[in-house]
Design a protein around this ligand. Structure first.
Ligand code: COA
Length: 154
């Protein structure tokens, strides 16, 4: 399903990140304990609310595909549709087949609403396997509930 008529709270704007956002982005990503690789500010989109960075997300580049990642909303701004708005925007902005990895059923269901479907590790494209292989190992060894997903246009 494609989300339509999405909107942001009146005090928030979506924009491309600039170099001045880089430490705020790192702070958001590190405090959410997300993947610390490819945190290049130029790949990010952010939502600014009342002059402060409230959310970020990015498209990482791999050979022949992109990964939607680093999706974080600052705790004070959660539950108001920011992640939904940003995720739909990143999907619309992607220029390559789009993949992601997430932890747990609730997040997998969140991404399913946009048209992502679960994909098994063997079916992932070769250029993603070195990166997602670590998660796959954790999934097998210590049952970390990681889910790999691929965007399927409806
Ligand atoms: C997950 C997250 C980005 C959602 O941001 P948000 O702006 O509150 O989300 P929205 O208001 O647009 O949408 C709410 C949906 O987000 C999902 N969600 C919210 N909190 C969640 C959580 N703690 N765990 C998993 N999914 C969550 C749910 O699907 C929820 O829908 P529901 O209330 O109908 O269940 C935010 O909680 C966050 O930054 N978490 C920490 C970082 C993270 O886990 N990022 C995802 C990496 S794959």
């Amino acid at each position: 399903m494609q989300h339509s008529n999405l909107s942001l709270p009146a005090e928030c704007v979506l924009r491309k990140a600039t170099s001045t956002d880089q430490w705020s982005i790192r702070w958001l990503v590190f405090s959410a304990k997300l993947d610390p690789t490819q945190l290049r500010w130029s790949q990010f989109w952010v939502i600014e609310c009342q002059g402060k960075l409230a959310a970020c997300g990015q498209l990482r580049n791999f050979s022949g595909l992109q990964e939607l990642g680093s999706l974080v909303v600052a705790p004070a701004w959660r539950g108001r549709g920011l992640a939904t708005f940003l995720t739909q925007h990143l999907i619309n902005t992607a220029t390559q087949p789009l993949y992601l990895e997430c932890l747990g059923v609730r997040l997998a269901e969140f991404y399913t609403r946009f048209g992502f479907v679960s994909v098994s590790f063997p079916d992932l494209p070769p250029s993603l396997k070195p990166k997602f292989g670590l998660s796959q190992l954790a999934k097998k060894l210590i049952r970390v509930p990681v889910v790999f997903m691929q965007y399927q246009q409806s």
